[in-house]
Design a protein around this ligand. Structure first.
Ligand SMILES: C[S@@+](CC[C@H](N)C(=O)[O-])C[C@H]1O[C@@H](n2cnc3c(N)ncnc32)[C@H](O)[C@@H]1O
Length: 255
């Protein structure tokens, strides 16, 4: 009996030690079970649904506490999701069409067709070397503005204005024509491209009634011109000049 009691005692000690040694391993799965349970929760409550909608799939696994020990420090985590804003360098606006000058006889015809007087305000959209602006100011004594995006053309235009002594009437500005407010003009001159003329329609529609628009060689699809004339240029090339008067006469859209 004595021997069997001692034996029982040793067995009891061994079993207890064995249980103490196993205890930490048994708590781990309990945590995992807990995290799985909470991961299903958001679908059941509005507050949790909102949180779920706001968090990424990675953060929806947040309840897995043990794994957070291996995740990067908080300072790095947001940086990975929201990289710091990098200021983009603003590229200078490039011309939508290259510089080709309107021959002087065509310039004269454009301004004649627009019936320019000294009381008019002429805007040349894409003024190139400034020849239309200079002619309007010099020949008709009106105020004229030239706009171009190309700094070289701006320089040439300013020199042209200076050379012809019309600095009191003519102004040259480096601007993208598609950002311009045309409300102060009542004569617009164009030598661009058909597609660019069409792109200008929303701006041209804001001109005062009775304003004139003249375009060298290119029409404006969807808007009926009041006049179309041809001019013989040097080299035997025939140029076309289109005239529109505001309000613009929009052609009925064909379906
Ligand atoms: C074909 S040239 C006409 C020059 C002048 N109007 C003439 O008839 O002699 C077109 C001009 O438009 C300018 N240009 C092109 N895109 C432009 C834009 N978005 N804004 C301002 N100017 C532009 C070009 O730099 C070029 O000087």
């Amino acid at each position: 009996m004595t021997m069997s009691n001692k034996g029982m005692t040793w067995i009891w000690v061994v079993v207890c030690l064995g249980l103490v040694g196993c205890a930490p391993e048994k708590t781990e799965p309990q945590k995992t079970t807990g995290s799985k349970a909470s991961a299903t929760k958001p679908a059941d409550s509005t507050a949790d649904r909102t949180a779920a909608q706001q968090t990424s799939p990675a953060s929806s696994q947040e309840p897995k506490a043990p794994s957070s020990a291996t995740t990067p420090p908080p300072a790095q985590a947001p940086a990975a999701q929201n990289p710091p804003a990098v200021e983009e360098a603003q590229e200078p606006k490039r011309p939508d069409v290259i510089f080709v000058p309107t021959p002087q006889e065509v310039v004269d015809k454009m301004l004649e067709l627009a019936q320019v007087t000294k009381d008019d305000v002429v805007y040349d959209l894409g003024c190139g070397d400034g020849r239309i602006v200079v002619t309007a100011a010099k020949k008709f004594g009106c105020r004229a503005f030239g706009f171009d995006v190309d700094p070289e053309r701006i320089q040439e235009s300013k020199e042209n204005v200076e050379k012809n002594g019309v600095g009191n009437l003519a102004t040259i500005e480096q601007k993208d024509i598609f950002t311009l407010d045309l409300s102060k003009a009542n004569v617009i001159t164009l030598y661009l491209l058909p597609s660019l003329n069409v792109k200008l329609i929303p701006q041209l529609e804001k001109l005062k009634p009775g304003s004139r628009i003249v375009s060298h060689d290119f029409d404006m699809r969807g808007v009926t011109p009041d006049k179309v004339v041809t001019v013989d240029g040097d080299g035997g090339y025939e140029h076309t000049v289109y005239l529109w008067t505001t309000p613009l006469k929009k052609e009925a859209e064909t379906k």
